[in-house]
Ligand binder design. Sequence first.
Ligand code: IPM
Ligand code: MN
Length: 357
Amino acid sequence: MAKEYNISVIPGDGTGPEVVAEGLKILQIVADKCGFSLNYNHHNLGGEHYKATGEILPDSVLELLSESDAIYLGAIGHPDVKPGILEKGILLKIRFYFDQYINLRPVKLYEGVDTPLKNKGPEDIDFVVIRENTEGLYAGAGGCLKRGTSDEVAIQESINTRKGVERCIRYAFEFCRKRNKRKKLTFCGKTNVLTFAFDLWERTFNEIASEYPDVETDYAHVDAICMWMVKNPEWFDVIVTDNMFGDIITDLAAMIQGGMGIAAGANINPNGVSMFEPIGGSAPRYTGKQMINPIAAISAAQIMLETIGEPNAASWIEEGVIKVLRDDLKDVAAGRMGYTTQEVGDLVADYIIRLKK
Ligand code: IPM
Ligand code: MN
């Protein structure tokens, strides 16, 4: 019997629905070609839904998400909703609820895509950032006193547990070994200042490293890694870091791979329900304009298929992405593709349909 997967789809806000539509188009094509089927459950969540109903992410929806094999997300964020409400209430809530403790972000410069880095090309920019996704400054620990007065105190603490740090680092070593490229894992921290949190990280990293003699290890402070990523991106194969630093360095990384229209990410619980998303956000100004590059959403669908166990179908998607970026799209990094969102999806679709394997 053909395999079946249940996918929860959250198109979300702004341009999310436009790019998700293209991702779903491509998913259908590769599913047909590879002989598996995808059942979708669409969930109307995000700013508009919140404004209309006051509902953010009801338990009934969490229940439905938990029955799915994966979650495919467009974007969350609405100009009329105070920052933090939807991000914490939907995106972070799902990451935490499903214990998606890995945030995986491939950083690959495809041929035909411009990078702002002078004299660097696709052979130099090909690494993966593995960001801890459930702890650190994102855990929400802290509080405030005397808010709004001149005596105000605000405390925001970074929570790092041995278990949380260890499972993330272990995942990174395994990933680096399986990826089998340069087999080099760089730990990114701030051991010279954050001497409690990154002491735990460093000791755990060194302990686990001894189990992976085939993986070369390296260390960089977070500020220095921003410098090296711009100057010598070819040094990196896999980078592992905490939640906040991972958030920051992956925006920088997205820019060197051609921008937010290209960058995809995965929120992974290796034993549970994972979520896949283009990392560009909802870009509210462009809503409905068909101007956003759907490649990031299409690549997120690719990572989803790799993760749920359809690597063949995933590699077809990547072939389509490679072809269209190399031969068809124009000034991707500058946000001028020469095609509409839908047309880009069609170009990838047409190419994959004609592929024979
Ligand atoms: C990301 C985003 C989120 C984060 C926001 C929207 C909460 O920036 O996925 O990187 O900070 O993790
Ligand atoms: Mn971010």
